[in-house]
Write a protein that binds this ligand. Structure first.
Ligand code: FA5
Length: 365
């Protein structure tokens, strides 16, 4: 392009007005560039156009280089003509650049104004511990403080541990107290956590002080306080000179620690083949404050912790001499305890898996 320009510049004829001082071919070229500048919308393209006219190798530079070939008497007019080109292009390029900058600013601010600052922020839902996990953790801590250790047993149990070793032989009517899910191999889903008593006595012997939390299963009709899958905590102390007074003390301490206050409770006789004497410890229903509701079957009381002194047959069957050791056991209804603690009127909430119902308790994780 430069050599062509030089050729043209060298052929510039001496003319008297400014337009005539610059060759027509160059003028056409400059007109073409003007059109391109007018249509330009991108900064980079504009920079290229600038370079082609005003840059180090641009048309204006070439025009200036041709100055020496111009006769002296025309030098002034030629110089003015080149300056005019330079000024015109400087001005239209500047104008265009401002236009492009303001257009891109407008685009950016349009984008910003499209952001609706009033839309509520998308929050990430945090997980919570299940209320049964919370209550289990709390109850275990309380028992640990009282010197208990934690043991466990399988959910799929044998007839022996779930019934026979607990003084419930075949065909004993007490088997009907707990509707059992049987497997075809004569195993069963444990109906209570009491098999853990037997396993603990076998494994640890006397003296012992254990709790066994866990899930239990019964083929029950469901209502506000009955589930087919629920949680219990079995507890047991076997030692010398254990008495009902020790049992009641432990029960009362545990309950007042869980609720942070004395609960209104009642103790009444209860029958369980593996304890003698046996008791039912009920608490006043905290859903209706004892006035009667569907949770407590309109009685005002919730059956919470059956308990009793461990039957001699159970101790003997597991190799402990009842003349040397005595003990007590209890089977806390943990799901019902959680209902009372967290004011949950219907036990089915626990297994329904609806996070809206389950996420309102205690700590977030
Ligand atoms: C038993 O399961 C005995 N093993 C408890 C026991 C242990 C007695 C040691 C003596 C010594 P029971 O069937 O009553 O007992 O159940 C114990 C507790 O579990 C009840 O008081 C109640 O709080 C809870 N419970 C029983 N059935 C259900 C159910 N279907 N849904 C929810 N909770 C239940």
């Amino acid at each position: 392009m430069t050599s062509l320009l030089n050729l043209c510049i060298n052929n510039i004829f001496i003319r008297l007005n400014l337009n005539e001082m610059i060759d027509q071919e160059i003028k056409n070229k400059l007109e073409g560039i003007k059109v391109e500048i007018a249509a330009c919308t991108e900064e980079q393209k504009l920079k290229d156009l600038y370079a082609s006219v005003l840059g180090r190798k641009g048309i204006v530079k070439d025009l200036m280089a041709g100055f020496r070939n111009v006769p002296n008497e025309d030098k002034k007019a030629y110089g003015a003509a080149v300056n005019a080109v330079k000024e015109e292009f400087t001005s239209i390029l500047k104008e265009k650049q401002e236009e492009i900058v303001s257009q891109s600013n407008a685009k950016a601010s349009k984008k910003t104004s499209e952001i609706d600052l009033m839309i509520p922020m998308e929050t990430h839902r945090k997980g919570t511990l299940h209320p049964l996990t919370l209550i289990e953790d709390e109850v275990i801590q309380i028992f640990k403080r009282m010197g208990f250790s934690v043991v466990s047993g399988p959910e799929m149990e044998s007839d022996y541990y779930n019934f026979k070793a607990l003084n419930i032989p075949d065909n004993h009517p007490a088997r009907d107290m707990q509707d059992t899910f049987w497997f075809i191999n004569k195993m069963l889903l444990r109906t209570h956590t009491s098999p853990c008593q037997v396993r603990a006595i076998e494994n640890i012997g006397a003296p012992l002080r254990v709790v066994a939390p866990g899930r239990v299963f019964r083929n029950e009709s469901l209502d506000a306080s009955h589930e087919n899958t629920f949680h219990q905590v079995e507890g047991m102390i076997i030692d010398k000179d254990m008495s009902i007074a020790n049992l009641i003390y432990i029960m009362k301490t545990m309950l007042s620690d869980v609720f942070g206050k004395e609960l209104n409770v009642r103790l009444r006789p209860g029958y369980f083949p593996f304890v003698e004497p046996g008791f039912e410890l009920d608490c006043s229903c905290l859903i209706c404050n004892g006035s009667g509701c569907s949770t407590c079957s309109q009685t005002g009381w919730i059956e919470l912790v059956p308990c009793g002194m461990i039957h001699n047959n159970v101790l003997e069957m597991s190799g402990i001499d009842p003349n040397e050791y005595t003990g007590f056991a209890f089977g806390l209804g943990m799901s019902r305890l959680a209902m009372m603690k967290y004011n949950i009127a219907d036990i089915r909430v626990f297994n329904r898996g609806d996070v809206r119902e389950l996420s309102n308790f205690d700590t977030f994780i």
